[in-house]
Design a protein around this ligand. Structure first.
Ligand SMILES: [Zn+2]
Length: 486
């Protein structure tokens, strides 16, 4: 099996991701997935890194409704701008996004797309016979109804709903700008033909941070100065290779124009690193100017090299300028200016499901004999597994005591079935950070064996100290090899 198939198999078998959902009804709807117990634990950990990380850079958490009236989306530009061009096979009727049928389309003009389909003689991938003639514009937003007949849409991003809070936020921050907020929540996009598994779904979770700032502040931004020595793996539009560039040189060497924007790119990159991705598989790529979203001035993506889809976007960092507040001010007739100027917005936008799945793939160890997962400490779905060597002589009772002691702080499982070797392998397969075993000696000596995944090294530690040791190991205050038997 190829690595990506192994991940898919493991994800299904061990309860990370199931779907399409709802599986028992005709195999489910394409583009919708369920997160099983271990997948949900892992997704929570990814979410925790983002929540903690954004907070540490002084962004504040907010939550808005997922349904908004049509007028909001007319103002935001999504009503006219969030569209795909769709075409149908003349023989079998299968629907496709035009940009999925022809590679390297730079210009999304429908007339030119139609000409390209004809010129390149594109045949239907499904029936291999039909061709394509008509091109239709389809909006990606899902429509719903509020009350009896008010037209409304499920949000296609959290960002817009955050912007609508601007007048309240401005007062909350006591009219001091810049300020930052973030929102983590569900969004919906009616993809025509989602075919990239959990990497492209119709319902997904975004974690989006917004920095509200004025024009004269973006080029000279205090927080930028604190990280000038950090290196970023940048790939400028048109470049063939990744360049390691110090944040301090990003502006000087004109990779980016604004210090505040470069700071946001650094924040996004740091958070991806904190999750434990292999640094060789991370790059920061600038968008092709024609690829830019309708609101963006500059955009760089944090991308991960995946087995299945190659380089794939986990996070986008967008310079939205004053576009959003200007539009919402006009459409809502609400004042949103500071000193006659609309604040600029710089945005970090993460997709949580694709990040979680990419982390799963990134963590697979394929050593020919078996497949198992090794996560960055603190990121594994299960922190600790506790085993009694045997279910007798009080070993099970003592193991249960250790379990309840640890389970109120860490994610723990108790397992007493099968041989110790089998139990280790079950836990290794899902990446459990530590296994603790209670044996005969534990009863006399009041100690246990603690084993680390990855190195498979073991030490004996006192039961009275085990909780603090696990805490230090998980949060990086202690390395496993620094432990001593005792
Ligand atoms: Zn066809």
């Amino acid at each position: 099996m190829k690595v990506d198939d192994k991940v898919l198999d493991l994800a299904k078998r061990r309860g990370f991701v199931w779907g399409p959902s709802p599986n028992i009804y005709d195999g489910g709807l394409a583009g919708f997935y369920d997160w099983g117990p271990l997948g949900k634990l892992l997704k929570n950990k990814v979410e925790n890194v983002l929540r903690k990380g954004f907070s540490s850079f002084s962004f504040w958490d907010v939550e808005c409704p997922t349904i908004m009236p049509k007028k909001v989306w007319e103002a935001s530009g999504h009503y006219d701008g969030l569209i795909d061009y769709v075409t149908y096979c003349t023989k079998c009727g299968s629907a496709y996004r035009v940009d999925h049928l022809i590679d390297n389309v730079e210009d999304l003009d429908p007339k030119k797309l139609k000409a390209l389909l004809k010129k390149r003689k594109v045949k239907c991938p499904a029936c291999k016979k039909g061709s394509f003639e008509k091109i239709e514009k389809r909006n990606l937003m899902m429509k719903t109804r509020v009350g009896l007949d008010q037209e409304a849409f499920l949000r296609p991003e959290t960002a817009t709903t955050t912007y609508l809070l601007y007048p309240e936020l401005y007062r909350f921050f006591r009219t001091k700008i810049p300020f930052g907020v973030f929102q983590i929540g569900k969004v919906y996009r009616n993809e025509i033909n989602p075919r990239q598994g959990v990497f492209r779904t119709r319902e997904f979770t975004q974690a989006e941070a917004q920095l509200f700032i004025l024009k004269d502040m973006v080029r000279n931004f205090d927080k930028f100065d604190d990280f000038v020595n950090e290196e970023l793996p940048l790939m400028k539009y048109g470049a063939k290779k990744i360049q390691k560039v110090r944040l301090g040189n990003v502006i000087k060497k004109s990779y980016m124009k604004k210090e505040a924007y470069a700071f946001m790119v650094y924040v996004a990159y740091k958070l991806v690193n904190d999750m434990g991705f292999d640094s060789k598989k991370i790059r920061i790529r600038q968008h092709n100017p024609s690829e830019l979203a309708f609101y963006a001035d500059d955009a760089w993506d944090i991308e991960i090299n995946t087995e299945r889809y190659g380089w794939f976007e986990l996070c986008g960092v967008h310079d939205r300028k004053d576009y959003d507040l200007k539009r919402h001010s006009e459409f809502s007739k609400t004042k949103m200016v500071v000193g006659g100027e609309y604040p600029t917005i710089l945005e970090i936008a993460f997709g949580l499901e694709r990040t979680t799945y990419a982390l799963l793939e990134n963590s697979l160890v394929d050593d020919k004999k078996r497949d198992w997962l090794v996560f960055e400490k603190g990121m594994a779905p299960i922190d600790v597994a506790i085993f009694p060597l045997m279910k007798r002589e009080g070993m099970d009772d003592l193991a249960k005591e250790v379990f309840s002691e640890l389970n109120n702080e860490f994610v723990c499982v108790y397992d007493d079935s099968g041989s110790i070797g089998r139990r280790y392998r079950r836990m290794d397969e899902v990446g459990t950070s530590f296994c603790i075993t209670v044996d005969h000696d534990s009863l006399k000596e009041k100690d246990v064996t603690i084993r680390e995944i990855g190195s498979m090294a073991q030490f004996r530690v006192k039961i009275s100290e085990v909780k603090q040791i696990v805490r230090d190991l998980l949060y990086g205050a202690l390395k496993f090899e620094e432990l001593e038997d005792g």
